[in-house]
Design a protein around this ligand. Structure first.
Ligand code: GRF
Length: 213
């Protein structure tokens, strides 16, 4: 794990494509000392991503690596990897990043890429997970933080939070309720990651309690 040369803390990067509320929740949790690591850089693949302004306001370094400027996924990912290296990031957190990662990207950060998804995976992968949950009629949905592999919303599950689906929910109401849970869950997973509490064995990830150590 890369450590910050000055503070000896881990350094996480957040990749976004839009609003960036999960990114903000991670940055704020780190700043408040709830995650023992520093936000190294926020990278967006869309120049107008709303979250970029918020990150800049908080003094977090930002970069834009537009995917349209590259001929293919591998080339784009190569540019993103360069930025991650420039900022000494040791963990990559996808947060509303609307791109599949190339095998070369995943190989560059083995076991060190996380994503958050607004459903209880493996139910409702892909876009519009909250709409899929409503259309299917489930009574409980939620969110999942998982390690990223080459398939969409597929890698080992680290943690999940359940959220009730109410009879009068629409997509916005359900999304807002799940989002609150996302903000809590992602920050808690990063805290545990940097405390060294995640134990990965194949697809199974155990969160070790300090008493287990
Ligand atoms: C979240 O619901 C996240 O789970 C999904 O995309 C949304 C991003 O929201 N992958 P935000 O940009 O973090 O506000």
């Amino acid at each position: 794990m890369t450590r910050d040369p000055v503070t000896d803390a881990g350094r996480f990067a957040v990749l976004i494509s839009g609003r960036g509320s999960n990114m903000l929740s991670l940055v704020n949790a780190a700043r408040a000392g709830r995650i023992p690591a520093l936000p190294a850089v926020v990278i967006a693949n869309v120049a107008g991503a709303q979250g970029l302004h918020a990150a800049r306001d908080l003094g977090v370094p930002t970069a834009v690596v537009e995917h349209q400027a590259s001929a293919n996924r591998r080339e784009h990912d190569g540019k993103v990897l360069e930025v991650l290296r420039e900022h000494d990031a040791d963990l990559v957190c996808l947060a509303g990043y609307m791109r599949l990662l190339s095998p070369a990207f995943i190989a560059a950060y083995p076991g060190r890429i996380l994503n958050i998804h607004p459903s209880l995976l493996p139910a409702f992968p892909g876009p519009d997970a909250q709409r899929q949950a409503l259309e299917h009629g489930v009574k409980i949905s939620g969110c999942t933080v998982h390690f990223v592999d080459e398939q969409l919303d597929h890698g080992p599950v680290v943690a999940q939070a359940a959220v009730p689906v109410k009879d009068d929910d629409d997509e916005d109401l359900l999304s807002a309720r799940i989002l609150e849970a996302e903000h809590r869950l992602y920050a808690e997973v990063l805290r545990r990651y940097y405390l060294g509490h995640l134990v990965v064995s194949g697809r199974r990830v155990r969160i070790q309690e300090p008493a287990d150590e």
